[in-house]
Design a protein around this ligand. Sequence first.
Ligand code: FCB
Length: 491
Amino acid sequence: MTTIQPITANTTEPAAKAADARRFPDGFLLGAAAAAYQIEGAAHEDGRADSIWDAFSRVPGAVINADNGDVACDHYHRYRDDVALMRELGLDTYRFSTSWARVHPDGGPVNLKGVDFYSRLVDELLDAGILPWLTLYHWDLPQAHEEQGGWTNRDTAFRFRDYALTMHDALGDRVKVWTTLNEPWCSSFLSYTGGAHAPGRQDVGAGLRAAHHLMLGHGLAVQALRERDESLELGITLNLTVAKPVDPSRPGDVDAARRIDGQFNRVFLDPIFRGHYAGDLLADVGHLGLRDAIQPGDLEIISTPINALGVNYYHGESVSDQPATHPLGGHAPTDRPIRSPFPAADHVHFHSQGLPQTAMGWEVQPDGLRELLGRVHREYTGPAGVRMFVTENGAAYDDEVTADGAVHDSDRTEFLLAHLDAILDAIEEGTPVHGYFYWSILDNFEWAWGYEKRFGLVRVDYETQQRTLKDSGLAYQQVIRDRCLPATSDH
Ligand code: FCB
């Protein structure tokens, strides 16, 4: 068996560089991410049962082109080749998730074949010198649990803890970094209130209960894993934003920004780092179902100390209580009606800042990442002594394969370099950041957007499953090799 790699970057000698090239600090991890349902496929193999995403994908109009994760990138069968690609890229670390529905099909006993897949994947990564960064929950709740109420049912938090321990039984000897949840905002508000994601419910109270129970599950899992092994690096990944009022002199705009910050960022940051929900948030949403979900002792469990915070950042928000004259380009993937995911911000409007947009209609705002990291460090991770990582950041563009078979995605390369540059700005300002994961290593199943949106450093031809390293992948390979940004790029 291979030994665990220390949580440090590989420090091969950099090539000679111009004096103004910007270097990453020693030990900074450069990696990439993906998630089980988005890449694995093999949805009905080796005992795996439905997750909420299998069920949701069958709902007419829920996912573009009625796409689903049945085959996806067929990573379940091709993981060795995919790890070889990661090695070629030079990744220090790979962030992946395990599928609860593969490991405890129908929420029942452990499925050894399911567990074995992750054991083989971890061995393959370790053999390649790549640090395995494991996320336990990237949105694929077993459908059997959903039928018992899903995350609106408090019991699901305890089942999540059991599943975390199952994974630790199997991989604890080799995996040292454990993330409980990926983006609980999406798996609660976007899924139970907005209805855009599985299970597609549209109920304000359900979203708030789900959010609280996800947090409870996080805390229970951290406690249980810590009890198993004090040396584990334990954490959670949150998607966070920078919400700014369109006009800082208008009280309505300032209140809109406060609400989005509260119902997107602070609803998770405060319970985890401060052991309470903020007063203004409780005033806005407490009566809508949050207060009823909180039981004595919950906030102590939720605020169990962690070692690592993962920040996922895609774009910032410019908000107002007034409708926009030029609304943002982003729109719902299908005709299926979805509602605002925010429990108490129905009157908030999202305005364009006039910045370039990705194929998702998301504005490209790298400096927002610098600002966000600084704020999170000052208010949360710094005082708690928690290490901060950017666990997702990336862009979808309408890639084209040229006659030479290549993908010249200069837009994605620019995006990547500009965000890495923003992280170096943050570090220079005194914000400690310890790593970056590009989303995603492969093009994959982009949830309700199906296979239409491509975020990968590696193109996947879904007909043939052929993988092609894009130009952005080559650029990242060079950054990782040199441990610095190219001096010549105009990011
Ligand atoms: C994040 C998700 C990830 C992917 C990217 C584009 O919100 O965690 O699975 O969909 O967005």
